[in-house]
Design a protein around this ligand. Sequence first.
Ligand code: NAG
Ligand code: NAG
Ligand code: NAG
Length: 403
Amino acid sequence: MVAAGIQLLALLLACAVSTAETGQSFNLKMWRKEDQPVQQQFSQVNEEIERLKYYQAVMKQKQEDMNQAIMHCAQMQAPRDEEVNVTTLQEGSNTLPYPFSHEDKDPEEDNDGVLDPCYHYSVLDQPWRATNFSTKNVACDQKVQWKGWYRLFYRGKTIQMPERCVKMEMCGTHAPLWLVGGHPRIRDGIVTRKVCGHWNRNCCAFKSPPIQVKACKGNFYVYKFVKPQACHLAYCADINTLVCGRCKKDEICNSRDKINWFCKKSKRRVKAKVHFFASYPGSLQGKVNRIQFSKVYVNVGGAFNSRTGVFTAPVTGVYQFFFSTQSATNGAKTDLWLVINGYWVALSHTRVSSPNSLGNLSTYMTSLRKGALVYVTHNCGYSWANSVSNTITFGGSLLLVQR
Ligand SMILES: *[C@@H]1O[C@H](CO)[C@@H](O)[C@H](O)[C@H]1NC(C)=O
Ligand SMILES: *[C@@H]1O[C@H](CO)[C@@H](O)[C@H](O)[C@H]1NC(C)=O
Ligand SMILES: *[C@@H]1O[C@H](CO)[C@@H](O)[C@H](O)[C@H]1NC(C)=O
């Protein structure tokens, strides 16, 4: 107990020293045990022990309250994610009890068996972490045995860390910890972000160890919290971001000043998957205005019409096409043209001089506006194919979406 008291003194001292370093006016002299008579040292230690006992009692009460809140929370959230397993940490440890996340099926578990933190996190629902909460009973996240990933809640509602400097003495601590550099997008995956503690008009007086953050489907984030470097620092929950938990599926949460948050329709990215490949299963002779490639092997995006043989660009972007034939007419030329919006843009030409057959494949790449029409015309000659030869073909892909 005495040892614990001294340890706490040391912690308090560490905090006081860093306070002094940041240039605040109260002048702190480094306190050394030898500077004081033994009796005084003991009385100080005893005082600390008393304070610790009180602190312990308060924490115990908080722990019980939180257990109830957690049970309540677990029941509330259970239906969506199936099973929620709540584990309390062993008694006697100085950590706060957090429920452990559910064992539900993880659709994104990768091959190494690494679990997606979006489905495997602990719930951290402590209203005192809110940016509008201050208390004399300050918390210290350095004393928490952080383990794995956490999702922040405020009374059962999703909340995020602040992306801005938070006033001192808020978030139930002395120096509130905020996220530097903002939250990631879903496509960013897991990112590492700096964490700063505000003290004495210096928004980053405490450069806390960086944490990992991930954006999850459903407008929430998970954080891999670690011990901050000193007491009393605590991770904040920005009360202004409560609105973000109410954003709809097709919305994202946005803020220009990082103070006022609002839901906003996200710019839907066009599903840019367009691929087709078709063939004409017979022979063609002379002029055929538009080859009706009726045998369709691939038509991802459904932009190719097998009845008309016309491909219609579904989005503006860069496309690549190919078309082919095989000719066997002695001495005569055979020409296939790729036609875009009525313009003949590319030729596949064959001329067979001796009794033989010849194949020709042409490709063409271009930018097209949405709605552009593309087909192949058989201008002259003789093209040979049967139902399985795939010698008269037409295909293409969207390579890139442009705006
Ligand atoms: C919760 O998890 C623990 C440890 O993984 C397991 O022993 C216990 O049976 C689980 N409880 C429930 C209700 O699933
Ligand atoms: C903090 O904000 C929440 C949500 O607006 C509110 O319910 C709560 O009463 C506020 N707490 C304090 C201490 O102002
Ligand atoms: C294929 O067509 C191209 C373009 O019309 C032509 O230049 C080339 O000679 C043809 N290849 C053969 C083998 O006929």
